[in-house]
Design a protein around this ligand. Structure first.
Ligand code: NAP
Length: 276
């Protein structure tokens, strides 16, 4: 289904790094119209700069921005969400949609703060959204319907891929795809370092490592083949790759990555409890 938001009023409350990435991409894509889009930040000076950069109205008054908006995107830090919601309490209606990208903030926290059943969707994007290569998971709150999920999906598809999950999986998503770019950067950095160790110039080693990572990821996504099968296809009997794989197994790469995701997901859960 094609969702158009150009006739809708959209307010981005907290247009920082993530809110700014989304705003810029959605305006560029034409999914949002500049005339109907507003944003807020904390500082007047930032508001002026952002307004000039994006060609939209940017202020510091959340209530004014959200008042008549059809879609309200919450992009403030998790610890500021409660404060922003308290400002909006008593001024929203169930005809509006709230989409929050705040990590570890459950839909119920937003729903409880408001006095009317406003549909809420929790989104967890990641930083490659900057280049349109993001991965976002969406989880709907108790008042959100399929049409609200469609709207949110259309918005986040502009910056990459989108999946819809049950909210109980959002901490796992945080540990895997939101923190994941950091793990992959370390892997790319290490492969590049290895290239230097075996005699390659650093810039060439980094290019080989990054393009190889992207290529392998694209093959997984585009063929849908199991990664183990794809790995087997690269591994010639008595060849070089199997020797490399033996080192990875001895160095416990697999279990280390699994433990990294488990720890990050656990931390996301702890932070959610702290926010409640
Ligand atoms: N960055 C990521 O990789 C990522 C990934 C997934 C989710 N998220 C989530 O995205 C949210 C924002 O993260 P970020 O990295 O984009 O942070 P950020 O760059 O610090 O952006 C936060 C923005 O909120 C504004 N702000 C602060 N208090 C406000 C208030 N009371 N009313 C309106 N605006 C206010 C700030 O204004 P000023 O600019 O004037 O200070 C800033 O523009 C967080 O909840 C985070 O969990 C981030």
């Amino acid at each position: 289904m094609v969702v158009s938001l150009s006739d809708k009023k959209v307010a981005v409350l907290g247009a920082g790094k993530m809110g700014g990435i989304l705003l810029q991409a959605l305006l560029k894509d034409g999914l949002l119209s500049a005339e109907r889009t507003t944003a807020t930040v904390a500082h007047e000076e930032r508001a002026r700069g952002l307004a000039a950069k994006l060609g939209i109205k940017v202020g510091t008054d959340n209530l004014q921005a959200a008042n008549k908006a059809d879609v309200i995107l919450i992009g403030v830090k998790p610890q500021v969400v409660g404060e922003v919601m308290a400002e909006l309490r008593g001024h929203l209606s169930p005809a509006q949609l709230i989409i929050s990208v705040a990590a570890s903030v459950p839909n119920s926290l937003i729903e409880k703060t408001l006095d009317v059943p406003v549909p809420v969707i929790r989104a967890m994007p990641n930083t490659p959204s900057l280049l349109g290569a993001g991965m976002t998971a969406l989880a709907k709150g108790k008042y959100a319907e399929a049409c609200h999920v469609e709207t949110a999906t259309a918005m986040f598809n502009v910056v990459g891929r989108t999946v819809v999950v049950d909210e109980k999986h959002m901490d796992a998503v945080t540990g895997l795809s939101a923190s994941g770019p950091a793990y992959i950067y370390i892997i790319i950095e290490s492969l590049a370092e290895a290239g230097v160790k075996v005699g390659l110039p650093r810039d060439i080693a980094t290019l080989l490592a990054a393009q190889t990572t992207m290529g392998a990821a694209r093959v997984v996504l585009e063929t849908g083949d199991h990664p183990a099968l794809l790995k087997d296809a690269v591994t010639t009997p008595a060849g070089c790759t199997v020797d490399g794989i033996m080192e990875l197994e001895e160095g416990k790469l697999r279990v280390t990555l699994i433990k990294a995701v488990v720890k990050a997901a656990q931390r996301a859960k702890e932070l959610a409890f702290a926010g409640q």
